[in-house]
Design a protein around this ligand. Structure first.
Ligand code: 6CS
Length: 318
């Protein structure tokens, strides 16, 4: 039997490394009975399309990053609130691995849409790329910032003073090239493999958040699995989640060097804590917007997730 696994990223990406490892584990644990076939970004459609494909079981497993999945499961947008996630990726890993708020509370929100969440993992700090220097909200005036498609991201970049432009991943390069957008935001490995740096002059570290992704299946398919297959699936997911954490760090580190080599004139700016504070304050209103959009459920999820990050940070720094 074959399990189809769709990616929101291209060959050689972090999501691809996860899926390759997962495929290897499933093959081994099933004694070769189950093959995982991987579909990199571009073969089956946009991120939103991939989520629909697992809902109908045309594909069994897909990555669904909150920045897109948030359009379908509004509560997932909690991961897009700027300056909410920890700056410490160990703490982030801990929370994403096992927090009840993700697998119970958010899990229920996903189940209502026919989806089952298998895991979440971080893919690296999100960095702004731009065609000009940006250090304060005024610099974002009239600046068209590409965001992923979920509505809370529009609120986030409005709060920073930009003009948000939601768009599918595959359209970003040419939109930057044509000047229909002025900048975008993604982890370093993605900026490198999608070649966004070629058509941008600045990379800006604003400390805003880690890029996170979830791996989901359709819940009909998941619930229909035999106990043995479910165990193979769950164990392989868990092991691949541990595998990907150091891997994504390595990818982001190596690819930054590649970018520097390929384009030495690219300006790299690290915002100071004072500069970050200005954006952080602006983003307070995004929390209120999230609660407006998601009501009592969202309010509870936001509170629990905030607490989970505080607890995890205290644990990893001790
Ligand atoms: O910006 C995006 O749309 C995409 N970025 C990454 C790093 N992965 C998937 C997502 O769709």
């Amino acid at each position: 039997e074959t399990w189809k696994f769709a990616l929101e990223e291209v060959d050689g990406s972090v999501q691809d490394a996860f899926a390759e490892k997962f495929a290897e584990l499933v093959k081994e644990k099933s004694g070769g009975d189950i093959t995982v076939s991987i579909f990199p970004y571009g073969q089956l459609g946009t991120s939103g399309d991939l989520t629909e494909l697992v809902q109908t079981n045309a594909v069994q497993i897909t990555n669904a990053s909150p920045g897109h999945l948030g359009s379908v499961v509004e509560e997932m947008q909690v991961f897009s609130i700027p300056y909410l996630l920890s700056q410490n990726d160990e703490a982030t890993k801990k929370v994403l691995d096992s927090a009840d708020v993700i697998y119970d509370d958010l899990g229920d929100s996903l189940r209502k849409k026919g989806l089952e969440i298998l895991t979440m993992y971080p893919e690296g700090e999100m960095v702004w790329t731009a065609n000009k220097k940006i250090t304060k909200p005024a610099d974002f005036d009239g600046f068209k910032m590409r965001t992923m498609t979920s509505p809370l991201l529009t609120e986030a970049y409005k709060s920073f003073g930009a003009t948000p432009t939601p768009m599918a991943y595959g359209e970003v390069y040419s939109a930057l090239q044509l000047g229909t957008i002025d900048g975008q935001v993604n982890p370093i490995f993605a900026i490198q493999e999608m070649k966004f740096y070629e058509v941008q002059s600045h990379m800006i570290w604003a400390g805003q958040q880690e890029f996170t992704t979830s791996v989901v299946t359709g819940n009909d398919w998941y619930n229909g699995l035999s106990e043995e297959k479910r165990q193979i699936l769950d164990e392989s997911i868990e092991e691949a989640t541990d595998y990907i954490f150091p891997k994504q760090r390595e990818y982001n580190k190596e690819r930054l060097e590649k970018i520097k080599e390929a384009k030495p004139e690219l300006e790299m700016i690290r915002l100071s804590e004072e500069q970050r504070d200005v954006f952080r304050e602006r983003a307070e209103q995004v929390r209120d917007k999230y609660v407006e959009m998601t009501g009592e459920d969202g309010k509870r999820i936001l509170e629990k997730l905030t607490k989970a990050f505080e607890d995890a940070e205290a644990e990893v720094t001790n």
